[in-house]
Write a protein that binds this ligand. Structure first.
Ligand SMILES: *Cc1c(COP(=O)(O)O)cnc(C)c1O
Length: 369
């Protein structure tokens, strides 16, 4: 079969623009600060939708990570353990607060911290464990929660990709003391820029809220302004109301692609038992780094983008700014080296999805442009 190049967009574009324009126009002229009514309404709706006691809307996913660290009362010099497979966007906010990243390897087949390696790096200065489940795939979080409890350490989940992921029927976020989310335009729920923090702990919610509001200007608690604006919150409210439908569409798209894949060396990254991905992207795994690199360039040739190539994903300690934190994390390196992301979002047409399947299935058969 002959293939024709087709440019597959990597980002979901909302099509409900008329309704959104109407909603935004409707609140112009009203108060729109981070303490305005649309933000309060958005926070209640986030809390209700995700089943959290507290939701704090913030200006970005990066702000959410900072608010999450503040929620756990982390202080400059405190060490936080995390995996080097996360993006720079998780680590820079932590470093900007004076926290010291300590890298622990991932598990061989998922993005959660390897518990044996965790045992090697937890020390007297460790104040938190941070897990970053990537691209909407669940992780074996129950064992990690138990380990965190055994060490007496809080667990922060950076779920910038993880809205709607479940483990054993429960939202993934509920396994953390605090969970942070991004609603950047490239993420699964978008307010352009934005993020939020979820927690069931009242003390954590209070500290997160205070930190993002200049420490409530009491002159005692440090904080900066990391609030979300009313316009973004209004957009978020509408898009949250459509989130269930978009998750279903993503799942159906993923099924269609997975059912079509007939290539002997291409398979989905294994999904942890009891876990349900949100299909922020589909993750495919290849048997070796060399095959994976060839696969990614084959996909690119036919118009299918990969986050791995786009962001140059590699263990973070390989970047100059983080080299001094290097530790050998061979699972992490292999994991990032053998996977690729496949766009699966609701704006893709059936023709787009069928194109993706065809391109995957001809990999290595000599079909090239
Ligand atoms: C995108 C992302 C962030 C940062 O979110 P922004 O909204 O871009 O600030 C943090 N952590 C992870 C895992 C991300 O993917």
């Amino acid at each position: 079969m002959s293939l024709v190049f087709r440019s597959i967009p990597d980002t979901y574009r909302y099509s409900s623009t008329a309704r959104e324009a109407e909603l935004l126009t409707g609140i112009l002229g009203k108060p729109l600060s981070g303490n305005s009514e649309p933000v309060e309404a958005y926070e209640s709706e986030l809390a209700r939708y995700f089943g959290a006691k507290h939701a704090v809307a913030v200006s970005s996913g990066s702000a959410a990570v900072m608010a999450g660290a503040a929620a756990l009362d982390l202080r400059p010099g405190d060490e936080v353990v995390l995996t080097p497979t996360c993006p720079l966007c998780t680590v820079y906010p932590l470093q900007s607060m004076g926290l010291v990243p300590v890298f622990a390897d991932t598990q061989p087949t998922n993005f959660s911290i390897d518990l044996d390696d965790l045992a090697r790096v937890v020390g007297p200065k460790t104040r938190a464990i941070i897990d970053i489940p990537m691209w909407g795939y669940p992780v074996p979080v129950k064992a990690l929660r138990a380990a965190a409890d055994a060490y007496g350490l809080p667990l922060l989940l950076d779920l910038a990709h993880g809205h709607g992921v479940t483990v054993d029927g429960k939202p993934l976020w509920t396994y953390g003391d605090v969970a942070t989310f991004s609603t950047h335009d490239s993420k699964i729920l978008s307010t352009g820029e934005g993020g939020f923090v979820l927690t069931d702990r009242a003390d954590c919610a209070e500290r997160a809220r205070g930190f993002t509001r200049f420490g409530n200007l009491d002159g005692v608690h440090l904080g900066i302004n990391l609030k979300l604006s009313g316009l973004q919150a209004e957009l978020g409210r509408h898009r949250l109301s459509m989130f269930d439908a978009s998750l279903e569409k993503r799942l159906a798209n993923a099924r269609r692609v997975l059912d079509g894949i007939a290539h002997p060396v291409v398979s989905e990254l294994s999904v942890v038992p009891g876990g349900k991905p949100n299909y922020f992207t589909l993750l495919l795994q290849l048997p070796s780094t060399e095959t994976s690199e060839r696969f990614i360039s084959h996909l690119a040739q036919w118009g299918i983008p990969s986050d791995i190539a786009k962001y140059g994903c590699r263990p973070l300690y390989e970047f100059p700014l983080l080299r001094s934190f290097a530790r050998d994390c061979s699972n992490a390196k292999r994991l990032l080296g053998t996977i690729t992301t496949i766009p699966i979002h609701p704006s893709l047409s059936e023709d787009d999805l069928d194109h993706i399947v065809r391109v995957i299935n001809v990999f290595g058969t000599g079909s090239s442009r």
